[in-house]
Design a protein around this ligand. Structure first.
Ligand SMILES: C[S@@+](CC[C@H](N)C(=O)[O-])C[C@H]1O[C@@H](n2cnc3c(N)ncnc32)[C@H](O)[C@@H]1O
Length: 370
């Protein structure tokens, strides 16, 4: 897999007041300068609904047509034999076993009926307290260790076999009628393990990123994701058990994922598209740690564009020395929304109150005119 590179050495990461770390210009940068091109090893998921339509290697999507080159046993398709060869070359035989096990397991979810909600249980469940979230992940580490012991043995004991079957049954339990949603969640967790096997340094860099969000929006998802993760670990071949991430690391990656991932939108695959993010269908999402240091502004100075698997970030205007460089997290909607709506969207989606110059100026204006 190609690595990332700063096409310009005129930028660097630095602390920025009120927003952790950001990206700054070390020297003046012309407009339309490419700052970054990357096709790093990163976490990614193609949503189950689209798995037959999006090339697992390069993310090529052609108006919803199914690709014919397949690797059915691991639930992926490719636009060409060349993409298939590149994708499969990265996978060791044992990783292939894990991915096939995970795919078989995901298919079992289709046969499971969702657990009916208890009487009085609200549909719009509440966000669990962050101490409960932390404690649940910490507590599940003991089970993880027991699962790892069990699967490392040639002949697991009766109680170990029971543990594995309980863990696997719990991972399939769901409250959602839409089995695709559960499969997406499973496959997302499987991509964390796969990334750790293929590129442990990507996981290390991800764990260094800051986030203002909890990993869950609904309390019922907490148990579900813990159980799904334990079940996935039980599917690892013994040679790969050393790549099982501690449960607290999974909680952190889930939280980072929520606030740092980029959507894979069908429109932005089109090279001739004049828009950087022409939105139509959301095919999946990807988390690219090397691109995650850019803060948001409602007057962005950098455009981001994805062509297939590769992201390119380029300046839209001249940037001066020591100026912070911003992208937009709102995909162009910042141009039409008012300050309240922009801030609300960023708070809901990313968990922060936007402190960009535009929001600060407009919120001061509205306070003064009140
Ligand atoms: C993708 S990360 C950007 C890098 C991050 N600043 C860091 O230190 O790793 C997104 C996080 O940066 C902060 N952030 C980004 N843009 C911001 C803004 N306009 N106002 C306030 N905080 C912002 C928020 O904490 C947000 O959750």
């Amino acid at each position: 897999m190609a690595t990332s590179n700063y096409s310009s050495d005129a930028i660097e990461s630095r602390s920025t007041p009120g927003a952790g770390i950001g990206v700054f210009a070390k020297s003046p940068i012309e407009a339309q300068t490419t700052l970054y091109t990357t096709s790093d090893e990163y976490f990614s998921i193609i949503y189950r609904r689209y798995w037959k339509e999006v090339c697992a290697h390069c993310f090529n999507y052609d108006r919803g047509i199914d690709w014919k080159v397949k690797a059915n046993s691991i639930g992926v398709v490719f636009c060409t034999e060349e993409c298939k060869a590149k994708y499969m070359d990265r996978l060791s035989p044992d990783l292939l076993v894990f991915l096939s096990n995970a795919e078989d397991y995901a298919r079992r979810r289709k046969q499971v009926k969702p657990v009916p909600r208890e009487e009085g249980e609200e549909d719009d469940d509440i966000i669990p307290d962050s101490r409960i979230i932390d404690q649940t992940w910490v507590d599940s580490q003991n089970t993880l260790v027991e699962v790892l012991h069990a699967i490392s043995r040639d002949k697991p004991s009766k109680s170990q076999r029971k543990l594995i079957s309980e863990v696997q049954a719990a991972g399939l339990r769901s409250y959602d009628d839409d089995s695709d949603t559960d499969i997406d969640s499973l496959k997302n967790l499987a991509s964390y393990l796969t990334t750790n096997i293929l590129s442990p340094s990507t996981v290390t860099r991800t764990l260094e990123l800051s986030t203002t969000l909890e990993p869950f929006t609904l309390s019922r998802l907490l148990d579900q994701q813990v159980n799904q993760y334990l079940a996935l670990v039980s599917l690892l071949p013994p040679s790969l058990t050393k790549y099982a991430l501690p449960t607290t690391a999974i909680a952190k990656i889930l939280a980072v994922d929520r606030s740092n991932s980029f959507g894979i939108w069908s429109g932005s695959s089109d090279k001739s598209s004049s828009q950087s993010e022409e939105r139509s269908e959301l095919l999946g999402s990807m988390l690219v740690p090397s691109l995650s240091r850019f803060n948001h502004s409602c007057t962005p100075t950098v455009s981001k564009h994805r062509y297939r698997r590769t992201w390119t970030f380029a300046t839209m205007d001249v940037v001066n020395t020591d100026e912070e460089i911003f992208i937009t997290y709102l995909g162009g909607d910042e141009k039409t929304l008012n300050v309240e709506d922009r801030r609300q969207r960023l708070l809901n989606g990313w968990g922060f109150v936007c402190g960009c110059t535009k929001c600060t100026a407009e919120s001061t204006d509205s306070t003064q005119s009140d």
